[in-house]
Design a protein around this ligand. Sequence first.
Ligand SMILES: CC(C)[C@H](C(=O)O)[C@@H](O)C(=O)O
Ligand code: SF4
Length: 469
Amino acid sequence: MSAPRTLYDKIWDDHLVNSQDDGTCFLYIDRHLVHEVTSPQAFEGLRMAGRKVRAPEKTLAVVDHNVPTSPDRHLGIKNEESRIQVEALARNAADFGVEYYSENDKRQGIVHIVGPEQGFTLPGMTIVCGDSHTSTHGAFGALAHGIGTSEVEHVLATQTLIQKKAKNMLVRVDGQLPPGVTAKDIILAIIGEIGTAGGTGHVIEFAGEAIRSLSMEGRMTICNMTIEGGARAGLIAPDETTFAYIKDRPRAPKGKAWDMALEYWKTLHTDEGAHYDRVVVLDAANLPPIVSWGSSPEDVVSVQGIVPNPDEIQDETKRASKWRALDYMGLKPGTKITDIAIDRVFIGSCTNGRIEDLRAVAKVVEGRKVAPTVSAMIVPGSGLVKEQAEAEGLDRIFKEAGFDWREPGCSMCLAMNDDRLKPGERCASTSNRNFEGRQGFKGRTHLVSPAMAAAAAVSGHFIDIREWK
Ligand SMILES: CC(C)[C@H](C(=O)O)[C@@H](O)C(=O)O
Ligand code: SF4
């Protein structure tokens, strides 16, 4: 009998090409997603060295960060810097024979939404992308690493990645979530608990009843933000929910190949008695809806809570940094979270821009109006999410409520396109990062779930979604 292994151990072992005495390993990479921000120099490097893309059929390119989300974007990208980046990816994909979804392709969207949607992301695979939120794909039981541009070039050329093995960490979320509390609240609570460095050097496997009960959308939200907890990757063992999501996707295996794949996928779980280097346990039943108050995803509190007082922090450096965060956010200790008024609402991103997220928003805002003091936008994560939402009539609900209904892309998740906050503006956002300037120079971001963002849009301030009538 071989020693019991974790899910991470199994995927690692199945992809190990070579390992050196110092722990340096070559991992075979099954899937490579490429976007316009981190790929130009990588393709340029190949060109200069006269190399080809080794496995174009395992590579998929899509534009997301720089594309405008306005309805007239098919007329061309006005911002020159963005246009140059988007055109470069189109050219590189054509030159190197890589499939490419342009901003006018219905399948275009945020790379981490597109991969799963197409069945390009499958259980047991190693997946990379020059993007930190590649961890999202771990929701399928795939080992998914964000990589840098020089690694993008290395993978394009060799279909391998140089890695050292990380440690195993388990985050178990027991019990059932109360109504109104979502996957987003789980992951914000976890990061609040372990801190942004809590997962450093580890791959986190999420397990427990509350995780098992989540849809694939919810699981993707959890794995998406694993990276904000400092971990190398996040993983959730595949199960019937996973298989049902994948079945009949354009790139999923079909017929006999499906049966064979399924047989393998069913072995992808941690063995009884396998060792984790660290274990964290949370009880879902105790979780409230969560709102971030500072400039780090660990700065979180219950919607029923107050802005904390940094003076209560022992560590001097940390105390100073949290004071700075409050100053940046324009908040005072002791303020009730529900008394914080907002100017903008952003619903979208690879954290919460999927169909289930939009349905949750529609449920909250149907027959209501966005507060007159608030400007709110909804950005579907992909063209297919947009199409589905429109087929269900969600766009009508949004527009009647006064939301701006946009074209797919990263949008105001980060200020790399036309969608951004003005200095001092305060935003309830379903995205994953709240660093200074993230959504625009001097913009103020509060991270929340889609339902909480929707309720804030209508109320003009944060409100406990559990009390929504
Ligand atoms: C631009 C890109 C490299 C970046 C990332 O790596 O995550 C972006 O997607 C982000 O969310 O900050
Ligand atoms: S939506 Fe945001 S977090 Fe996701 S890839 Fe785009 S910029 Fe990064």
